[in-house]
Ligand binder design. Structure first.
Ligand SMILES: NC(=O)CC[C@H](N)C(=O)O
Length: 223
């Protein structure tokens, strides 16, 4: 299985994401932001970082990158797509996911590991988890405070689209939301970084469960 990782100028988790893809036994493929080509990948990860320096708003410029044209088509066509942190911000700016990531309630950058509950395993990015499972995942962001209109939050809850929820809310997100999916459930955005806990050398490999999910979803051999 080929998993693409988009590289924007200012990305800083692309190498970690490519490494984590390798760790689950999939083939990592670099997708350059300026090329409108997904190179035939089976799934796409938009990694964390500060794309285009977070100018205007995080993700606001990245969403106009050339790679986003085929990526939007891929995502709207049901292709498994994961946005992590800045990737989540890009997905909301591109309107592939509802809502927005506001500045943290504390007005401070937050960088620590938080417990996150997996609410629904019925997405390509959570299927290897059991409902209610608690993962310990690092967060590192300034704009991670998930916000949406009350009706949208209610709809996300009603439709079981809050996929990951903080047990310790680090940023003021509505309903402790750490990650959501689109109505079709193939596009997931999450603020915590599963790729940063992808090797025992890093202290944990709990994050691999999130990424391995896509292999199971695709029916590929699980490493
Ligand atoms: N680690 C990241 O992806 C950082 C995301 C974003 N630029 C922020 O600070 O909110």
């Amino acid at each position: 299985m080929k998993i693409g990782v988009v590289i924007f100028p200012g990305a800083n988790c692309d190498a970690d994401a490519l490494y984590a893809v390798e760790r689950i036994g999939a083939e990592p493929v670099e997708l350059w932001h300026a090329e409108p080509d997904l190179k035939g990948v089976d799934a796409v990860i938009l990694p964390g970082g500060f794309s285009y320096g977070d100018y205007l708003r995080p993700g606001a410029i990245a969403r106009f990158s050339k790679v986003m044209r085929p990526l939007e088509e891929f995502a709207r066509g049901g292709g498994p797509t994961l946005g992590v942190c800045n990737g989540f911000q890009v997905l909301t700016e591109a309107r592939l996911l509802p809502g927005a990531l506001l500045q943290n309630m504390s007005l401070r950058f937050v960088c620590r590991t938080v417990p996150v509950r997996v609410e629904h395993p019925d997405t390509p990015w959570s299927g290897a988890c059991v409902p209610g499972e608690i993962l310990h995942l690092p967060v590192a962001h300034n704009e991670g405070n998930y916000f949406a209109a009350e009706e949208t939050i209610a709809q996300l809850e009603d439709e079981g689209r809050v996929i990951f929820r903080y047990l310790e809310n680090p940023n003021g997100s509505r309903n402790d939301i750490a990650g959501i999916c689109n109505a079709e459930r193939n596009v997931v955005g999450m603020m915590p970084h599963p790729e940063r806990v992808s090797d025992p050398l890093l202290g944990s490999e709990e994050g691999l469960k999130v990424l391995r999910s896509v292999l199971e979803f695709a029916g590929a051999k699980v490493h």
